[in-house]
Design a protein around this ligand. Sequence first.
Ligand SMILES: [Zn+2]
Length: 500
Amino acid sequence: MHKPHTFRTCLALLVASVPTLRAQDAALEWTEPKRTAAAAVDARAETLVDASRRIWELAELALKEHRSSELLAALLEQEGFTVERGVSDMPTAFVASYGEGHPIVAYLAEFDALPGLSQRVAPVIDVLVPGAGGHGCGHNLFGAGSVGAGIALKAAMQKHDLAGTVRVYGTPAEEQGIGKVFMVRDGLFDDVDACLSWHPSNENSVSVDPSKALRSFEVTFYGRSAHAAGAPWKGVSALDAVEAFETGLNLLREHMPESARIHYVVTDGGQAPNVIPARASIWLFTRGKDWPEEEQVYEHVLKIVEGADLMAWGEEHGRPERGYRAPEVDVFTGLYHYNPNHAAARAVHANLVLVGPADYTEAEHVFARHLQTAFEVEPDGMHTTVTPFDPDAAPEPGGSTDVANVSWICPTIDLSVANWPQDVPAHSWASTAASGSSAAYKAMLVASKVLAAAGVDVLTKPELVRAMRAEFEEQSKTFPYVSPVGPEVMPGLPSHMRGD
Ligand SMILES: [Zn+2]
């Protein structure tokens, strides 16, 4: 059995990875501010990797990431950032800033884990804490890597007198699509010139691919309890309403647009078979290729809620004297489709080429091949090149992200670096294992350097800021931003996650 590299080995390799002149893009070279930024990342490699590893170990879930969030906020404070904690009614959300005035560069730091994905850094399924969460989406890397970028850009600003502001946004509950949605709604991104984001991945690339719009909501149906054997005719089953609702949803599938999606889990199906459930809940995501398509599907789904409720109650429907209570629809969040910015994407891609991919050891490739073999994908190890920039977006959007909401407020870009083996899926035991491995930490520092270098470009190239803004303004005409959640909505979770 392969034994993954130790942390100490990982650090030794990091020190050896000081940037060299290997830019394939002749237009971009290592300027002094970029060298300063990259050196600042290397100087703090141990601290950043340690923070990421600690967050991986904590594996805190959405809106409960107290220690993970504080770890990053404290690190930024120690580095001279001013930190405002608990923004947008979320105790784990923060905004850290340094400098003043424009241009304003924003980095996003996520840190929430996924439920049920606890896993050791091992090449086989090996649960660390049964039932606990795990960093299958690599947000331990996302958070610490972005903090590294912020600290590095600040170092370059100080040493080379670069004017502007750098902010690091601590954005909780990305897996629930919550953090940024509320921070955007509350205007925290309104003055940003460029949001330079990234996400752990299995390849080194910058894409302008779209993402799906998504709404997360829970429907609670109400019935009337009775003895399930002795007098079932006296009861009304809320679970029947859930089942009728599911049937309606599944009939809808054939007739909705191919790019739309519906998925759900039953969060409350009653307490015991011999008590007819008086309450039952189901949590859903509806998705569309864009927000208007999602809204169309959602409106239809609301009609199915009415129909299912009518089926369960029959002639007693709408009669409170018989115990009738109308179903409740609790909307948690809405994610827009992603608005890519080509000018920002090209700038970040050029810096990715400049910094170059991480140098993985043979042992790290071997570990990657073990994970790939487990998923029956090509055992070709880690991605060691940079995917050429493709200005054409993929025709079909895949997943969804709350970064998309930011992308309708300011020019935004998503960088990917190879933290995971190629073709190994995210949200899996393997991506959880990979996210705690030396190869992942090494690639995380590449992300820090690329984003810091791109930040230097934003601060020093007014023509880049103008190009990003012009493209953004043009694109905004196609979809004027209105918050998908109203001012009355508080950041919240489905019933089974609240513990009520
Ligand atoms: Zn993620």
